[in-house]
Design a binder for this molecule. Structure first.
Ligand code: ZN
Length: 148
């Protein structure tokens, strides 16, 4: 595993639509491992492809000790809402309140190309929403309803 450089706000790569992953090989699995290592070493709870400079629909999330590696994710169900502070490894020293659904279902593939369905609520749901936004060029600062 190797740590990767985290792209910061201002870089165009954070504003682009990511491509779906079609090849599930060792290179993809290594990328997801590297992203997890990069996320943990930066004390983050999520990291998406564009944040390491790659326009691929991949992300890692870990809010409570369980690591999710998600590929080609889609949010297929949302319910309720929650408003809380968010930050981003690509937007240093900024926080703001963002409204997110309280419960979601994410349909995606794992690192081996197997279809999986993840039900999440609360902080975990927030983290998935934030990372999946990254795959479509959206940053949390676009959605802040109240600055810190
Ligand atoms: Zn982020």
């Amino acid at each position: 595993m190797a740590k990767r450089k985290i792209v910061k706000v201002g870089d165009d790569v954070l504003r682009k639509e990511c491509r779906e992953v079609t090849v599930f090989d060792d290179k993809l699995r290594e990328l997801l491992d590297d992203m997890a290592e990069t996320m943990y070493s930066a004390n983050g709870v999520g990291l998406a492809g564009p944040q390491v400079g790659l326009l691929k629909q991949v992300a890692v999330v870990d809010t409570d000790g369980k690591l999710y590696k998600i590929v080609n994710p889609k949010i297929t169900f949302t319910s309720g809402e929650q408003i809380d502070y968010e930050g981003c490894l690509s937007v240093p020293n900024e926080n703001g309140k963002v409204n997110r659904p309280n419960e979601i279902v994410v349909e995606c593939m794992d690192e081996n190309g197997k279809q999986v369905k993840i039900e999440a609520e609360g902080y975990l749901a927030r983290a998935f929403c934030h990372e999946i936004d990254h795959l479509h060029g959206i940053l949390f600062i676009d959605k802040v309803i109240e600055e810190d």
